[in-house]
Each structure stands twice: as C-alpha cells, then as structure tokens.
Design a protein around this ligand. Structure first.
Ligand SMILES: Nc1nc2c(ncn2[C@@H]2O[C@H](COP(=O)(O)OP(=O)(O)O)[C@@H](O)[C@H]2O)c(=O)[nH]1
Ligand SMILES: [Mg+2]
Length: 190
C-alpha cells in the first residue's frame, strides 16, 4: 500500500491522477467528510488520505478529529504501508511552516514527516506546484532544513522531489523514486 498524505488542496488527488491515471473521487469538502479513498494501480493499493490541517470553514475540533483519524489509520496499517508520499505545496509551505514556528508549534507537515519516520515508513516528500515556485533550489534547501535534516537538497534528492502535478513536470522522476523505494522494501523483506 502507498499512501498520499498532506494538507487539503496541496494536490494529492491531482498527483495520484498524474502518476497512475486513476481518478480519485473528490468530496465537496475534501478531508472532512471523506474517508481514505483507495485505487488500485499495478497490483498496489494507492490510498488518498483526507487532508489534514487548516481548512477554511472547518472548526478546530473537526481538524483535530481528521488528524486523529489519519494517525489511527496509519498506525493500524503500518505493516502494510510500504511507502508514504507526503505532498506539500512548494509555493506556500515555507510561509505556513514559519507561521507555526513563530507560535512555538511544530508545523503539522513536519510533525507527520517525523511521525512516519518514527514508524519506519519510508517517506518521499513531493513538493508540488513547482510551476508556481520561484528560486527552486533555495526553496528546496530551506524545506529540507525545515524538515529537520542536515545538509542541502542535493543530499536528499531521493527524498524531496519537486513536481507539478497539474502540468506533469518531473513526474517521471517522482515515479522513479517511488518505484525505487517500493522495490527496496520488497527486497528487504525477502
Ligand atoms: N498550479 C498548480 N496547481 C495545482 C497543481 N496540482 C494541483 N493543483 C491545483 O490545486 C487544487 C487542489 O488540488 P487537489 O488535487 O484537489 O488537492 P488535494 O486536496 O490535496 O487532493 C486544484 O485546483 C488543482 O488543480 C500544480 O502542480 N500546480
Ligand atoms: Mg483530494
């Protein structure tokens, strides 16, 4: 099973479609009313998770409930999840992360990244909306640093992949990284 996690509106569903050609249903208020949505692709289960974090018009309690449900789903399926693709919006992510940091909180994307690592779930961060990003290199370096890793993007090109789900930019690279990681897992199990 490969899961796609991230905030609402970062492009999870668009990315799954871009990679697999499978359309995932979109609810009227994605992330709130939706359960994880599953499609099958190359004999794998691809799961589009509800969006976490802030959504306009959604109460703090509902946000918290959605987050708890995502965490529970991941904990209950840890053994089965061979890879998580954490999708972030490359245009707005740094601003959002810095806003959380100023409040003394751990940004939710960073928290999920660490949570997945603690569970030993291989994770790739798809930095989406590349078409809207300026200074890609500098932005990617800062993102890597904000996610708590030492070094530059150069050192983590297999983990942090900028893409444009909408325009298909760099999707072959992301696909390659996904297949590498899922193959690795299989090999380790043998
Ligand atoms: N500019 C741009 N917009 C994108 C990209 N990927 C998705 N979007 C748009 O972002 C919005 C949210 O996409 P969606 O896939 O529904 O996000 P989800 O809530 O994470 O599943 C839609 O309007 C998409 O067309 C991208 O790479 N570039
Ligand atoms: Mg969606």
């Amino acid at each position: 099973m490969i899961i796609f996690v991230g905030r609402s509106n970062v492009g999870k569903s668009t990315l799954i479609f871009g990679l697999t050609g499978k359309a995932v249903k979109r609810g009227k208020r994605p992330g709130v009313t939706r359960k994880p949505v599953e499609v099958r692709w190359r004999n794998k289960r691809i799961v589009d998770m509800p969006g976490f974090g802030f959504m306009s018009g959604v109460s703090k309690e509902v946000q918290e409930r959605v987050k708890r449900e995502i965490v529970r789903f991941i904990e209950e399926n840890t053994e089965e999840i061979e890879l998580a693709v954490l999708v972030i919006d490359g245009k707005s992510t740094l601003e959002i992360i810095e806003r959380w940091e100023k409040r003394g909180e751990i940004p939710i994307d960073v928290e999920f990244f660490q949570f997945l690592r603690e569970l030993g779930i291989p994770t790739i961060v798809a930095v989406n909306k590349l078409d809207k990003m300026k200074n890609v290199n500098a932005t990617m370096n800062r993102i890597v640093w904000k996610f708590g890793l030492n070094g530059d993007w150069e050192d983590y090109k297999d983990l942090f992949v900028p893409v444009s789900a909408k325009f298909g930019t760099n999707l072959p690279e992301l696909m390659k990284r996904i297949l590498e990681r899922t193959y690795q897992k299989r090999k380790n199990k043998e």
